[in-house]
Design a protein around this ligand. Structure first.
Ligand code: HEC
Ligand code: HEC
Ligand code: HEC
Length: 198
């Protein structure tokens, strides 16, 4: 039994670590969307309201979509009883799936879809530091902020889910929509949420 638990824990960690970059700070915890998108922060028009853009992007409903009739139909074709409990489905549809409990803050609820931290890195350590005027990018990256500056960094990030060939092999028989249905450049444009130009 113990061996089974160890194996299971390993599999969970493994299925998540393929979504983590080596530079990720292992002490950074996931804080949840409420810490990023409040009206005083990224929910504010003065800052560009990234929150509203994220809600429009589809990523905001990635988790709740696993509860739809369609999700159940996909899952049934793969003999998965409940997509909301399937590691395979959750690995792309839920932020921080498989991450040990001690890396989740109480404010993180796990039903928030592909939220900010799934792309930008777990926020607990850079949250305060990145609000400062004299912030330093290298310091923020050391605290867990994922660099998303170069085209490659950005594309690699998206392709963890949208280009996941191995996982696609496992789900394509379900009738699941193609992961790269929208061409990359168009998809990136659709989801853009920049800071206002100063
Ligand atoms: C490799 C990552 C990945 C896995 C694994 C995955 N999904 Fe998805 N899912 C996506 C992406 C990306 C989209 C958006 C595709 C699009 O419409 O362009 C999506 C869209 C969806 C949608 C909404 C669009 C539609 O086709 O109706 C549902 C429902 C869904 N997935 C259910 C599931 C279920 C159920 C599983 C498990 C059997 C699953 N997904 C596994 C990445 C994944
Ligand atoms: C699907 C991945 C993804 C999600 C989810 C996401 N972002 Fe981003 N974000 C990016 C990428 C990629 C860039 C850089 C885009 C570019 O430069 O073309 C970016 C850029 C930004 C920027 C601009 C940074 C700068 O220096 O100009 C801010 C601010 C930001 N995101 C905040 C957020 C917030 C807040 C959320 C959640 C509400 C969020 N992001 C959700 C991928 C994501
Ligand atoms: C953690 C996995 C993951 C990452 C990383 C990710 N996505 Fe997604 N994306 C999804 C899922 C899951 C959906 C489906 C949400 C739904 O409809 O339920 C989705 C939906 C979308 C959609 C809407 C469907 C479509 O094809 O029109 C776009 C556009 C998109 N993603 C673009 C991007 C871009 C651009 C990036 C990188 C900046 C990115 N995604 C990173 C998982 C991811």
């Amino acid at each position: 039994m113990l061996q089974l638990i160890v194996l299971f824990a390993f599999l969970l960690t493994f299925s998540f670590t393929d979504l983590l970059r080596s530079e990720e700070n292992p002490n950074a915890k996931f804080a949840g969307i409420s810490k990023c998108g409040s009206s005083g922060c990224h929910g504010n028009a003065k800052l560009g309201n990234q929150m509203a853009k994220w809600e429009d992007s589809g990523h905001g409903k990635a988790t709740t979509d696993l509860g739809t009739k369609k999700a159940k139909e996909y899952a049934a074709k793969l003999k998965i009883a409940d997509p909301m409990k399937s590691d395979l489905c959750m690995s792309c549809h839920v932020t921080a799936h498989g991450v040990p409990e001690d890396r989740l803050l109480e404010t993180f609820t796990g039903d928030q879809g592909v939220e900010c931290e799934m792309c930008h890195g777990a926020g607990s350590l850079y949250l305060e530091a990145h609000k400062k005027k004299d912030r330093n990018q290298a310091d923020l990256v050391a605290k867990g902020l994922r660099p998303l500056k170069t085209d490659k960094e950005i594309k690699d990030n998206c392709m963890q889910c949208h280009g996941a060939a191995e996982k696609w092999e496992k789900i394509k028989a379900s009738g699941h929509s193609k992961l790269d249905k929208t061409p990359f450049d168009e998809a990136l444009k659709k989801t853009k949420h920049p800071l206002p130009k100063t």
